[in-house]
Design a protein. Structure first.
Lengths: 146, 79, 146, 79
């Protein structure tokens, strides 16, 4: 398989994504990858006691993509990863659907798991994306917990 | 002109996702903020971060160049 | 979707598995799942300086499956998970292929990531499965690091 | 009879994955181990765990019932 078959390692997109495809792309970068950790953030159908039917995302696209690329580069150095991927959806996502995907591949399991944890924490802090919950009682932007 | 962008809850409170602010020599980030804050006080209540040309700007005294892209942002809630 | 469509949450099998299918089965258990963490262990093509072409697994099947089910039950209680899945392959696995899959789904991301980490650590300690590296210079059983 | 199973590196050193050991009244896990260890000393060098009927057995003085399934295992290396 050539690398050209695969999508970019860092993406912001409306469409859903496939873990199988992402993992295949990640694994293609090295056969020395002993551990792959992933995190998938999903849209819950209930939030603070209210039914949520959809979540709508707004993003400062160019900066969000740049920050996500920076995060990937930092994680690869910090945890000696063989590769990492970050995908974030924008637009409207239904309850139960996938929002964000992070994958980190390393020679051993500990750095892969640590990197995955670090990446999702940092993404939430650093990447300019905002979510709005759409409920039968109206819409409201989510205020992140400090 | 300085292009100022708003996203998510800030855009909703401003009622627009983009406004233009006339550029003048010696203009700083804080000048743009002060000007817009007067017009949209509710929006600026939730502004926590600013970016200039796609980079986080922590120093409000940062000088701006003509055609800069400035963004005032509330806390991120992606992921 | 009914639960009957999905495979068991804990399995030992020769065949490869699909993350997409596993995640879909996990998500079907609740729309309150905000975070899913997964770990995939892969066969590396190099180990301690030697080329490894394949890995062969032997398992005490009945006890391994019982221990994996116990691990899943413990993790669900310990981390208040909504669901968890564990799949381990046996037989012969080629270099670069997937060996083990763990997924943990919770309302929030921290317990999902912690549970995934705990599950793979405990699996390695408690589940009676042994791996043999097949190399051009001959085969050898892997001695786990203490 | 007591059915004794071996897996992975232990099976390789024993040269078999299953042996039968005649049962006698009052038989304990340690009796089966002693008997097999004499026959297969190299295999028992790497044995770390025992299981009886699919459950970890830490106490070697555990009494065995006729038709028990006993397993002597080296350190696990799955995952």
């Amino acid at each position: 398989m050539t690398k050209g078959e695969f999508t970019d390692a860092v993406r912001i997109q409306q469409e859903d994504f496939s873990q199988d495809e992402e993992i295949r792309a990640l694994q293609a970068s090295s056969k020395q990858m002993g551990g792959i950790a992933t995190f998938i953030g999903c849209a819950r159908d209930f939030s603070e006691g209210r039914k949520v039917t959809q979540i709508s995302f707004d993003a400062y696209g160019s900066m969000a993509l740049a920050e996500m690329n920076k995060l990937r580069d930092e994680a690869i150095v910090k945890f000696a990863l063989q590769d990492a991927r970050i995908v974030h959806r924008v637009g409207v996502v239904g309850a139960g659907e996938q929002i964000v995907f992070i994958a980190a591949g390393a020679e051993h399991r500990a750095p892969a798991l640590q990197a995955c944890n670090w990446l999702i924490d940092e993404l939430k802090q650093r990447v300019p994306i905002w979510k709005k919950e759409i409920t039968p009682q109206g819409d409201s932007w989510v205020t992140p917990h400090p | 002109m300085i292009k100022v962008l708003f996203f998510g809850p800030v855009a909703e409170r401003v009622g627009a996702s983009e406004v233009q602010v006339p550029f003048h020599a010696g203009m700083r980030l804080q000048d743009v903020r002060a000007q817009l804050q007067k017009l949209h006080p509710a929006a600026f209540e939730i502004v926590c971060f600013a970016a200039v040309n796609g980079k986080h700007a922590l120093d409000m005294s940062l000088p701006l160049a003509e055609h800069s892209e400035v963004v005032f942002m509330s806390k991120f809630s992606g992921g």
